[in-house]
Write a protein that binds this ligand. Structure first.
Ligand code: FES
Ligand SMILES: [Fe+2]
Length: 417
């Protein structure tokens, strides 16, 4: 059972909390590279792990990410002037370079809360932990394929990261919540999608060096099982099992603060550029992506408009929950648990084994970090994995039979039906 104390331990990620200190040991996707398109473009605010930060690109194209507030008297540097290789506070003109150092009026020690940052896979990542523990660059396949193979979006989700991420681990809900999209969503149809509508799903969880693999089997045909295999990589990455030749999808569930998170949505194809049709569909909020209110990361469909629930569609079996689109179905259901789900009240069953194991691993990793040990999921080799969907004979170990399919290999097609 998850006690209130354990719930707090797992869900709170502000400075000084055990989980917050753990998350600060990893590279964190912070903003899309395209949000800072040009040298000296306007600075961008981003809040992560309950810390408010400002990101800017200087005159020579270097990115800086640092504490949003001026060291002088706390004005937001979002009002700042981005000029001549630095961001200048609009109040009294103190100026900061991309390392966070105050370089003009007066001189400051180099500690003003700056973050390490780098660009990879069209995303600006930051590292907020101790400099001596800076991890190697991430090895996720979506971030390593050519630009044309990838589509990335992010949206805010109005709940704690953990219940959102647990939705990414829990493959049992797909046969219910998304069952109608498995026939109608253009990026989610295949023979496997049809088999996923079977609700008799059995879970097997295998721990790995960087997280875990969740195998879910459903009846396929005489003597055969359809396996959907999800990857969870510490601390907040999930990879959705694919359908046919559709591209692979994954998420990163990144805390903004304890009651909000960024849901990063990554779509990539290992061996081909995404087609015009795929890109167009995703730009219009299809697949795992959503339409946003212009100028924000908040979905157009949100809790203030009751997620535009369509009761007629729900009644007529066009949508299981009445909310349109896979991503907002997930988000609405997860937000409905409240800003932080009270796990002391839940009743877990065997299909929740993946969720249970993730909580155990996160707790262990936070304690390991506290004790000075390196937490799991830092090694980029543990990121170079894939989800898969595959039909296997009964009585075969899915983990052994699918071992090759679960590794990301450059230029090699993914395994999917
Ligand atoms: S508050 Fe920023 S320079 Fe005074
Ligand atoms: Fe879902």
């Amino acid at each position: 059972m998850t006690t209130r104390a354990l719930n707090d331990f797992l869900t709170m990620t502000g400075p000084g909390t055990p989980m917050g200190e753990l998350f600060r040991r990893y590279w964190i996707p912070a903003l899309a590279a395209g949000e800072l398109p040009d040298p000296d473009c306007p600075p961008v605010r981003v809040k992560l792990l309950s810390e408010r930060l400002i990101a800017f690109r200087d005159t020579t194209g270097r990115v800086g990410v640092m504490d949003e507030f001026c060291a002088h008297r706390g004005v937001s540097l979002w009002f700042g002037r981005n000029e001549e290789n630095g961001l200048r506070c609009a109040y009294h003109g103190w100026k900061y370079d991309v390392t966070g150092q105050c370089v003009e009026v007066p001189s400051e020690p180099e500690e003003s809360g700056f973050c390490k940052k780098m660009e990879l896979g069209d995303v600006i990542w930051i590292y907020m932990g101790p400099a001596e523990h800076t991890p190697p660059l991430p090895g996720f396949e979506w971030a390593r394929v050519p630009h044309a193979h990838r589509f990335v979006s992010r949206r805010t989700q109005e709940c704690n990261y953990l219940q959102a991420m647990e939705g990414g681990i829990d493959s049992a809900h797909v046969s219910f919540l998304h069952r109608h999209e498995l026939r109608h969503d253009p990026l989610h149809t295949s023979k496997g999608a049809e088999l996923t509508r079977e609700t008799d799903a059995r879970f097997e969880v295998v721990e790995t060096a960087g997280g875990m693999i969740i195998g879910v089997r459903r009846p396929a045909g005489p003597g055969e099982l359809y396996w959907r295999i999800t990857q969870w990589v510490m601390p907040f990455h999930t990879m959705i099992p694919p359908y046919g030749d559709n591209a692979l999808n994954g998420h990163a569930w990144v805390p903004i603060d304890d009651e909000n998170c960024y849901t990063w949505c990554f779509t990539h194809h290992p061996t081909r550029p995404l087609s015009g049709h795929e890109l167009e569909t995703m730009r219009n909020g299809g697949g795992i992506h959503v339409k946003l209110i212009p100028g924000t990361f908040r979905p157009v469909v949100n809790k203030d408009n009751d997620y535009m629930i369509d009761r007629a569609a729900q009644r007529d079996n066009k949508s299981y929950c009445g909310v349109k689109g896979i991503a907002m179905q997930d988000a609405s259901i997860q937000e409905s648990m409240g800003p932080i789900q009270d796990r002391a009240k839940e009743n877990l069953v065997s299909t929740d084994n993946g969720v249970i194991m993730a909580r155990v691993r996160l707790r262990k990793a936070a304690l390991a970090a506290q004790e000075g040990r390196t937490p799991d999921g830092i090694d980029p080799a543990t990121h170079a994995v894939r989800s898969a969907s595959i039909v296997l004979p009964e009585n075969v170990s899915f983990y052994e039979a699918a071992a090759d399919a679960l590794v990301a290999k450059e230029g090699v097609e993914h395994v999917s039906i």
